[in-house]
Design a protein around this ligand. Structure first.
Ligand code: PEP
Ligand code: MG
Length: 942
């Protein structure tokens, strides 16, 4: 067997193998092979990184020799020598995994400099300032990353040097100061770590490669992979790219920049980016100096502008994707340092998808497949209400769209701590660094006072779809004191601000926001998705307003209308309570009949909003106690009322003393305090309180009577329908009367009645009897022929197992995967998600939270069984899903593979589902039968 090869020069690597070369390495290989001006270099593979971990963090055998050989070749190619004072070769060492993890891993520049080389280099370039600046950057970067020195120690030395010299910026430091800084840096390394900064360049290189390997398992990178669910199958180990240095900081004919082939914020077909003259790449990304817009380069360095334009077109033609690239101009010569797919917000993705199809760069299929459906969610972000009449106090660069309000926090740790409690927070910093990542996860938005649109804050926020404003220079931040000062106004930690990442505006206070709208590009793209998909998309909606929203979002029907939501409306709840508290049959009927016209009106509204499209109405599902106050609150209230009663007649009855006795929740049931004070002194007061005590005691008794040990598995759903048939009868009547009335009004109401919690065909047979009776009477009364479907939720395990006889009675199934997941795992969702599920996922016991991503091999298998059994007796059985998984892209793909007819999700997720359904179909077409039947195929139920 040939020995494993760990090192590939850029001209030799397989540019298509991102898994082996990492994204950056593959990009460098491909650009080199396309003939773009890439400084020569080589890639150490991800395989070497994995071997490094497999062998107790030792360089795998042969790697050292390969690196040496590759360096030799590099010397030959560049006619320079690594470590030679006369013709010095310098290299950068950069990480690069298969998936981009911006800023999560490490990079070290200027390797090859040492005490001797720097001096010679200073003379040779006739630019000692530059040479010593490069050296101090190396010592600092290397010291921190490869040796583990503290960043703070270097920062203090640099700051002290600037102060001593009265300089504001790094580049104002004199040569003498820079030399001094270099010496002090080396001394810090020796003092703190007890070892010298290595003078041997080869030693530097080996340590740097090892440090990059090490950063793969660093906390930042591990947290990032966990947050973005990056599994080892997707990305395993980092590659290391060793590349000849080119310098953007050798003088004013040098520059460095980061650019996108199109605007990643709007999708506009213009070169977009920023650059700095006389600077190194990290200065642009770190946001230390505010860079200039790329368009200025046309004026400032006109001879290099055509290079940029050419690269832009070449890259898009090659990658069929917007590219994000880094370049450096060294003494007028243009170099490409990296390219990768541009991270864009959803607006830009949608816009470029449409444009690139129209320009012939992409096919419709490619356009549909390149957008992650979850990414579309950004478009569902809110904007500042244009009528809000709020004046921004400051503004910065709009870096990631969406508006967010929250309490100001100045530290990532505070963002994390407060955010985890559910408090909305905005992380406000001068600039952010990769180690702030945990704060990003919990913040609603990010605001920085420095940096450009390619700064760390901007890139990371865009990737996460969080609102972000950067470079708001009017904001002075003192994170030690935890205050920000904007135009003289102090904002302390905890005060609420609002940011608009779409416009860059910053507001004091909680400014109202509005829902987003879809633009024409989105409509075009979703139109293509609709033409491509075979899976239907419906919405879960309970009100006419939600139904109208769903329709606007492209829903093809309502897959779940939960009638209990209507019971909870303020005007209904007392009637529902009367129904539950009724002591006689007649009282119960009276309450139920009061609900009928209300429900009928609701249903008519929804049918009208969805005219011509199916509306699935589910009969009452939850346990009745959900409509009653809790035992605890009743006991508290009764205690409080009894104390008030005892107080009455006491000598000092007055408003204030009574106020202290009243539970806040009682305020609604009692007359206002002003009146109460008066009333309570008389007999009337006692009557008020006594009546209330009696009422509460009755409720308490009922609550006690109907309290169940495990209500979610108790008297609910169809069980309630069978034991209290007048309730379902009323609902069925209200639904069918609504249909009948609309039919007479020439409105096409397409009705489906659905029964929840079914476990046994007999249950359905009985409800079906009720339906038949009600139907006959409504048809008689209204003189119409009713047309509707009768179906069931499939959300109990037994329903999946008994799907065959169930399908004999019903015309459709709708999977309630929320309950089905609980039932399959025997987990209660609330308990699981707050107690052990996060740990399960973190420890890898379960790959994901099964309440978010459908558990294919468990719940999915039951679904498969139900679909096959049901269709065996009723081939035209309609099957959908209305659990939350119906809006989750990969779960949608699973539903497509199982031949479901539709998914149903919340109205806002409808566009996501339309795209996911199209992608499911397109991906299926791309896969062969063998691939689909292969055990590794993720949707193959095992
Ligand atoms: C379900 O169980 O998946 C479902 C849609 O019903 P609910 O969430 O109302 O229990
Ligand atoms: Mg359910």
């Amino acid at each position: 067997m040939a020995p494993t090869k760990y090192v590939f020069p850029f001209e030799q690597g397989d540019a298509g193998d991102r898994q082996l070369l990492g994204g950056k390495g593959a990009g460098l290989a491909s650009m080199t092979q396309m003939g773009l001006p890439v400084p020569p270099g080589f890639t150490v593979t991800t395989h070497a990184c994995r071997q490094y971990y497999a062998t107790d963090q030792q360089f795998p055998e042969g790697l050292g020799a390969e690196v040496h050989a590759a360096m030799k070749q590099l010397e030959e190619k560049t006619d320079k020598v690594f470590g030679d004072p006369e013709k010095p070769l310098f290299v950068s060492v950069r990480s690069g995994a298969a998936m981009s993890m911006p800023g999560m891993m490490d990079t070290i520049l200027n390797l090859g400099l040492n005490d001797q080389v720097v001096e010679a280099f200073a003379q040779a370039t006739d630019n000692p300032r530059f040479a010593y600046d490069a050296y101090r950057r190396l010592i600092q970067g290397f010291g921190e990353i490869a040796m583990g020195a503290e960043e703070r120690r270097f920062a203090e030395i640099l700051e002290a040097a600037k102060q001593k010299q009265g300089a504001t910026y790094d580049y104002e430091l004199t040569i003498k100061s820079l030399k001094d800084v270099c010496d002090k840096y080396k001394q810090v390394i020796l003092d703190d770590l007890g070892v010298e900064f290595p003078q041997d360049p080869m030693k530097q290189l080996e340590m740097a490669i090892e440090a990059v390997f090490g950063s793969w398992m660093g906390k930042r990178a591990v947290d990032y992979r966990r947050e973005f669910k990056i599994t080892p199958e997707m990305c395993n180990g980092t590659a290391v790219n060793v590349q000849t240095m080119v310098f953007g900081n050798m003088g004013n004919d040098c520059a460095t920049g980061v650019a996108f082939t199109r605007d990643p914020g709007t999708g506009d077909n213009v070169l977009y980016g920023e650059y700095l003259t006389n600077a190194q790449g990290e200065d642009v990304v770190a946001g230390i100096r505010t860079p200039k817009p790329i368009a200025e380069l046309e004026r400032e360095m006109p001879e290099n502008w055509p290079d940029l334009q050419k690269v832009r077109h070449t890259l898009e033609e090659r990658y069929h994707e917007v590219q994000d690239f880094e370049f450096t101009i060294e003494r007028g010569k243009f170099y490409m340092l990296q390219t990768r797919n541009g991270k864009m917000n959803a607006t830009a993705f949608v816009r470029t998808s449409r444009d690139m199809v129209e320009e012939g760069v992409l096919s419709v299929e490619e356009a549909l497949l390149r957008i992650s459906p979850d990414h579309l969610e950004q478009l569902l972000h809110r904007r500042i209400d244009p009528s809000a009449d709020a004046e921004p106090i400051a503004s910065g660069l709009p870096a990631s769209p969406g508006a967010a309000s929250g309490a100001v926090v100045f530290e990532a740790d505070d963002a994390e701590a407060r955010g985890r409690t559910g408090e909305p927070v905005i992380l406000v910093r001068e600039e952010t660094k990769p180690e702030d990542i945990h704060g990003f996860f919990q913040a609603k938005g990010i605001l920085t006072s420095r940096g450009g649109k390619t700064s760390h804050a901007a890139v990371v926020a865009r990737g996460m779809g969080k609102p972000c404003v950067v470079g708001a220079e009017d904001i002075l931040i003192d994170d030690r004191e935890k205050v920000a000062v904007i135009k003289g106004q102090r904002i302390s930690e905890g005060e609420v601000i609002t940011i608009d990442g779409g416009s860059g505006a910053v507001y004091i206070g909680d400014v109202p926001t509005v829902e987003p709208e879809f633009g024409p590009e989105m409509k075009t793209l979703l139109g293509w998705a609709d033409e491509s998909r075979t899976l239907g998309v419906r919405a879960n909606a309970d009100t006419p307003e939600d139904a109208a929203k769903a329709r606007e979002m492209g829903a093809e029907g309502i897959g779940l209308c939960r009638t209990e939501r209507m019971f909870n409306a303020a005007d209904r709840l007392p009637i529902v309570r009367d129904m539950i508290l009724a002591r006689t049959e007649a009282e119960r009927r009276e309450a139920i009949e009061k609900l009928r016209p209300m429900q009928k009106a609701d249903f008519k509204g929804i049918f009208k909003a969805m005219e011509g499209l199916p509306v699935t109405i589910r009969l009452l599902d939850p346990p009745l106690h959900e409509f009653l106050p809790s035992l605890e609150s009743l006991l508290l209230e009764l205690g409080s009322l009894r104390r008030v009663r005892d107080h009455i007649g006491a000598s000092k009855t007055n408003r204030e003393s009574i106020a202290t006795l009243i539970e806040p929740s009682l305020k609604e049931s009692l007359p206002p305090l002003e009146q109460l004070g008066e009333q309570l002194s008389g007999a009337e007061g006692k009557l008020v309180i006594d009546a209330l005590i009696e009422e509460k005691e009755t409720i308490l008794q009922t609550v006690r009577d109907i309290t169940e040990v495990n209500p979610m598995l108790g008297h609910r759903g169809v069980r309630l329908g069978i034991t209290v048939p007048e309730l379902y009868s009323m609902q069925i009547g209200a639904i069918l009367e609504a249909v009948a009335e609309l039919t007479n009004e020439n409105v096409d109401a397409v009705c489906e009645i659905m029964v929840p919690q079914v476990t046994e065909p007999q249950e359905l047979a009985r409800v079906n009897e009720l339906v038949k009776q009600v139907r006959a009477s409504v048809e008689r009364e209204y003189g119409v022929q009713l047309d509707f479907k009768f179906g069931t939720m499939i959300e109990a395990v037994r329903a999946c197992i008994r799907a065959r006889p169930i399908a004999e009675i019903t015309e459709f199934f709708s999977f309630g995967t929320n309950d089905l997941t609980q039932a399959t795992f025997s987990f209660s969702r609330e308990d699981a998600e707050t107690k052990f599920l996060p740990q399960y996922v973190e420890m890898g016991v379960l790959p994901e939270n099964p309440f978010e991503a459908l558990d294919i091999h468990g719940v999915g298998r039951l679904m498969k069984l139900a679909v096959e059994s049901g269709r065996a007796v009723r081939p035209d059985l309609k099957v959908g899903i209305c659990g939350e998984h119906g809006g989750h892209p990969r779960s949608i793909e699973f539903c497509h593979t199982q031949g479901l007819d539709y998914v149903s999700c919340s109205p806002f997720r409808v566009p996501i589902a339309r795209l996911a359904a199209a992608q499911a179909k397109l991906r299926e077409e791309r896969r062969s039968r063998e691939e689909r039947e292969h055990p590794d195929y993720p949707f193959n139920v095992m």
